[in-house]
Design a protein around this ligand. Structure first.
Ligand SMILES: Nc1nc(=O)c2c([nH]1)NC[C@@H]1CN(c3ccc(C(=O)N[C@@H](CCC(=O)O)C(=O)O)cc3)CN21
Ligand SMILES: O=c1ccn([C@H]2C[C@H](O)[C@@H](COP(=O)(O)O)O2)c(=O)[nH]1
Length: 290
């Protein structure tokens, strides 16, 4: 994928050395943007082997809404370093995608808030009220297909950021908000990421949200459009520089395809997603900075 290799080259050429909490310095740039046309194939990098299956299980973990990795860690170790022995971790992507906390009382005068009777809220046994942002996106995309004047047509936002959680979490969400956008019969998605590890995180994030866009497009009756990605602190860890210099010498191969089983979105499982014709160069090993 040329767009990824261009990003690697840009950060290698322009990155400025910076310290961070991990103890492994990065070369870092501010606000990198690229987009890819999903109708040209599934953007899984071909210039190294990407563990599609780990990424797939990660996406279904997000969609499950689980705040722990008890199921995910049976399939991949990629999140183990941030969880305790019981599989609990403070990073709350899926938890907020599917169960964003809604205050039930003590609203300021004149504010509007959803209540337990709203279509996308759930009142849990302990009385907690939460909002399902993914179902909101799906239902709204279906609605604007029938009625393009529906009021939420340009309000298709999912947020994984809650300051009351993120500012004290051990690892607050990196990809913290995404937006869908319809142009004609095509569905586009824009992801904003506050911090992006070019060698390890970004290939997964790109593959994950591209697949999610394809799944939602199919569910809601759209063609796939573009995936766009803004990375605010876009960085390369110093121990990844050599591997990435090797990777940019490689020539991208034709992109693979994705086949999604004919099932309702909420019934899909990882087994319903098929990766076809994935031809790739050999794995490049990168160590993750914890
Ligand atoms: N420094 C850092 N970079 C990240 O990308 C990252 C974090 N921390 N912390 C939280 C999550 C965890 N993510 C990770 C963690 C590890 C791999 C990784 O080791 N990937 C290898 C092997 C994948 C596998 O074994 O399935 C790779 O080659 O992609 C990828 C993403 C993305 N995130
Ligand atoms: O999905 C992800 C999750 C994490 N990352 C990277 C970005 C950073 O290198 C680290 C997080 O460290 P912070 O100090 O919290 O920024 O993980 C990613 O690229 N993609």
């Amino acid at each position: 994928m040329k767009e990824y290799l261009d990003m690697v080259k840009y950060v290698l050429d322009n990155g400025v050395r910076k310290k961070n909490r991990t103890g492994v310095d990065t070369i870092s740039t501010f606000s990198y943007f690229y987009k890819v046309d999903l109708s040209k194939g599934y953007p899984l990098l071909t210039t190294k082997k990407v563990y599609f299956n780990s990424m797939l299980k990660e996406l279904f973990w997000y969609l499950s809404g689980d705040e722990h990795i008890k199921e995910l860690r049976k399939h991949t170790k990629i999140w183990d370093a941030w969880a305790d022995e019981e599989g609990r971790l403070e990073t709350a992507y899926g938890r907020f995608w599917r169960k964003y906390p809604v205050p039930k009382e003590n609203h300021f005068n004149g504010e509007v808030w959803v209540d337990k009777d709203n279509k996308w809220t759930t009142e849990h046994q302990d009385g907690t009220l939460t909002f399902d942002q993914i179902q909101y996106i799906i239902d709204t995309l279906k609605e604007i297909k029938i009625n393009p004047e529906a009021s939420n047509g340009r309000r298709l936002i999912v947020s994984a950021w809650h300051p009351g959680n993120a500012t004290i979490s051990k690892l607050p969400p990196c990809h913290y908000t995404f937006a869908f956008n319809v142009q004609g019969d095509k569905l586009n998605c824009h992801l904003t990421q506050r911090s992006g590890d070019v060698a390890l995180g970004i290939p997964f994030n790109l593959a994950c949200y591209s697949l999610l866009t394809m799944m939602i497009a199919k569910e809601c009756g759209y063609k796939v459009g573009e995936f766009a990605h803004t990375i605010i602190d876009c960085h390369i860890y110093e121990n990844h520089i050599e591997g990435l210099k090797e990777q940019i010498k490689r020539t991208p191969k034709e992109l693979p395809e994705i086949k999604i089983a004919d099932k309702p979105f909420n019934e899909l499982t990882p087994e319903d997603i098929e990766l076809i014709n994935y031809n790739h160069d050999p794995l490049i090993k990168f160590e993750v900075a914890v």
